[in-house]
Design a protein around this ligand. Structure first.
Ligand SMILES: Cc1cc2nc3c(=O)[nH]c(=O)nc-3n(C[C@H](O)[C@H](O)[C@H](O)COP(=O)(O)OP(=O)(O)OC[C@H]3O[C@@H](n4cnc5c(N)ncnc54)[C@H](O)[C@@H]3O)c2cc1C
Ligand code: SF4
Length: 247
């Protein structure tokens, strides 16, 4: 990232919400960030899988990483197929549903379970899929959700529409987005209690972003269950980031 700042040229950051938070924090120390970063664009983020998730797919086809010329999770469609190509010309495909059907095998990183901003409040624009209950029927029409969060984001959005690179189907609202991103609603409501449980276990508390207001929409019993669960997992060391593993 320093190389980008060293260039001294305008740039846009397209990243996970937590990456954008890191860069916004860097801006407090390094004035070049605010000077050159024109836009911060996030996708609504259900969590980042660790590499073992992709390795499971390779195992399914009996492939090794060094044989690959391409590994694409989705794309060329909405969502399109998970496609793997090898250097010797073989190709393998599985559907988005096959890739993600077993939630126990998502291999989501621990920090994602306590992520205070998976919906990209730190970004100028956050984009999302627009699938009912967080999953595609099969192949959906080319349609995404867009949440414009800042004046700067609105300027970019308007310019994209004006230039014809974005076609607006219709406006949506909080109620519909909450339905489309029901897993995000559940997480937003759970995170304050989870962080509080971790604080009881002696871990740092990272609050704000209206987390407490979101938790207030739960019943006390739900918050208690989330808090106790997180406290117990933190005490057993299960909410720690795993150590780096050489590959
Ligand atoms: C770690 C991670 C976690 C995520 N978690 C969530 C989440 O919790 N909730 C959520 O909503 N999304 C989630 N996403 C998905 C994210 O919202 C999408 O990646 C994003 O909306 C797609 O936009 P893009 O600009 O990144 O992709 P692009 O590849 O630029 O655009 C892809 C979009 O273009 C359209 N498209 C492209 N080619 C075709 C074609 N040939 N036919 C039809 N349509 C086409 C489709 O609408 C498709 O969705 C996650 C992504 C990642 C990487
Ligand atoms: S869920 Fe949050 S912490 Fe996890 S990758 Fe997404 S933005 Fe980062």
């Amino acid at each position: 990232f320093n190389d980008i700042l060293d260039r001294g040229e305008p740039f846009a950051l397209i990243a996970k919400p937590c990456d954008i938070t890191a860069v916004r924090n860097l801006a407090r120390l390094d004035p070049r960030v605010d000077e050159h970063m024109r836009y911060a664009l996030a996708f609504v983020c259900g969590g980042a899988s660790d590499l073992t998730k992709s390795e499971q797919v390779l195992q399914r086809f009996g492939l090794r990483e060094d044989e690959l010329s391409l590994f694409r999770y989705r794309g060329h469609g909405n969502p399109g197929l998970n496609r793997i190509e090898t250097k010797d010309g073989r190709a393998f495909e599985i559907s988005y549903r096959q890739l993600w059907e077993d939630e126990d095998k998502w291999m989501i990183q621990p920090r994602c379970k306590i992520c205070p901003d998976a919906i990209g409040q730190v970004a100028d624009i956050a984009v999302s899929d627009a699938w009912l209950n967080g999953g595609p029927a099969v192949e959906d029409e080319p349609l995404n959700g867009i949440i414009v969060r800042t004046k700067r984001g609105l300027e970019l959005f308007d310019a994209a529409v004006e230039a014809g690179v974005l076609e607006i189907k219709r406006e949506s609202g909080i109620a519909e987005i909450s339905e489309l991103q029901s897993h995000q609603v559940r997480k937003r409501r759970a995170v304050w209690a989870r962080l509080t449980g971790m604080a009881i276990a002696g871990k740092p508390f990272v609050g704000d972003l209206a987390l407490r207001d979101c938790a207030a929409q739960n019943s006390p019993a739900e918050n208690l269950a989330e808090g106790r669960g997180a406290r117990d997992r933190a005490q057993r060391g299960r909410l720690r980031e795993p150590p780096a593993v050489p590959r």
